[in-house]
Write a protein that binds this ligand. Sequence first.
Ligand code: NOJ
Length: 543
Amino acid sequence: MVDKHPAEKHLWWQTGVIYQIYPLSFADSNGDGYGDLPGILGKLDYLKWLGVDAVWISPIYPSPLADYGYDVSDYKAIHPLFGTMEDFDRLLAACHERGIKLLLDYVPNHTSDQHPWFVESRSSRDNPKRNWYLWKDQNRDGGPPNNWLSVFGGRVWEWDENTRQYYCHSFLKEQPDLNWRNPEVQEAMLDVMRFWLDKGVDGFRVDALWHVAKDEQFRDNPPDPDYVEGEMSPYRRLMPTYSGGQPALQEIVALMRRVTQEFPERVLIGEMYLPVEELVRYYGRDGNTGIHLPHNFQLIVLPWQAMDVFAGINEYEASLPAFAWPTWVLGNHDKPRVASRIEPEQAKIAALLLLTLRGTPTMYYGDEIGMEDVNVPAAETRDPVAKAFPKSRLGRDPERTPMQWSAEPNAGFSTGEPWLPIAEDYEQTNVEKQKQDDRSLLAFYRRLLELRRQEPALQIGGYLPAGQKKNVFAFVREHGETTLLIAVNLGGTRARLAVPRHMDVTGEIILGTDPARVGGKIKEYVELSPDEGIIARISPSDE
Ligand code: NOJ
């Protein structure tokens, strides 16, 4: 009998790599300028070739698109822009045929104001759905009920003249917040999860999860003493002490988890931008009630300096409860692209970290070819956040532009007029070109993904810090007899790091940002060129 690969004792969402698709921008099959489900279907072989294990697709449901799909008007259908339910079923089947899991975006905090539930709710104060949303009277001075601020600017409160009350919206006024303390809402929203899980969807990324549980008394948020006018989003003026993250959230998460557990091997990934010590609480108390993977945005929010990144990684590792599985992200549809946030020369280092740190990585479409933020002229702006804060860098269009497939017109994304402009450099930066270049970022991602599949130490091995000096740091991944040393140079000058004495090792480089280093030996020191990173297989020294 053949022994099982050690990683097979773990679940797919622990060993696998997730790839996020922003569906409007991935591949357009019908020339209307918007990406769609048949477009994604046509690219599954690329994803298989690349070597990812799961795909998470941002919202594809009917929506007025005030927030480009995060304003859902029907949770159990497909927006015609993306195709039909048959297209979806075909895509799901095709993913599964290729051994790729499919995750959907679940948006529990708010619906669209066009959702029939809200249309009913706002129709009169005594409508049976009135209490499905958060309606409040004006305060004694005739103003909004409290001082809470919307993430997307202004207050969370919108006045409804017809019924003379305010409703709460943590994001746009077109995105009214659901009242999750109402058991009918819980029931209806859990039923949404079951609908997709029954179809065979492998799990959800849960949108804006932290916002779901607000203070029952709707107390005022305190001011944030660290707020810097002009540098931070106006939302940050107040600390969100009462507008989210209340104890009830753990119970709501437990409800979602229970539904997920009615189905085998499904996963919940939670979107929550929180300091590490708070974030890890959402794993739950015992490994059965919490979110499987509360997204860890350390690699997005930390300054790209060796000391900060290394400290952030170690703090996260040290904070995780014993049963918790870690997870890493470099980018998403809400944040500037990694290749623009850090220097493009560091893109391979970022990839190396994402795919060798302990835990489940999530890649963002286009990052594998080093797509950069695209400057979207004001006249072509789509994102409501960009419209709300026109002079800031808060707008999210730059990281949502069409995937660059080839040097064909519109980067091979569409035969029509793309909904967002294509990057100017698409003739140089595209999948087709990088496929033919052994030194490309794409080739590096693919090699890393392949190595990860082969090496249990990378998929499930332990993590140990192995030193940091100036711009360089190193860590070890271990499993059974295998020890891998990963060393990265986050700076633009040559550097050298002593291998920790207690390791007393020699090693051979098995993968590097520079393919020429492969096969090279290390002993006592790791020497790194600017922007260089390596993975070395360590064997005990024979001296
Ligand atoms: C977080 C999503 O990632 C973002 O794109 C969206 O605008 C807000 N939640 C509101 O749903």
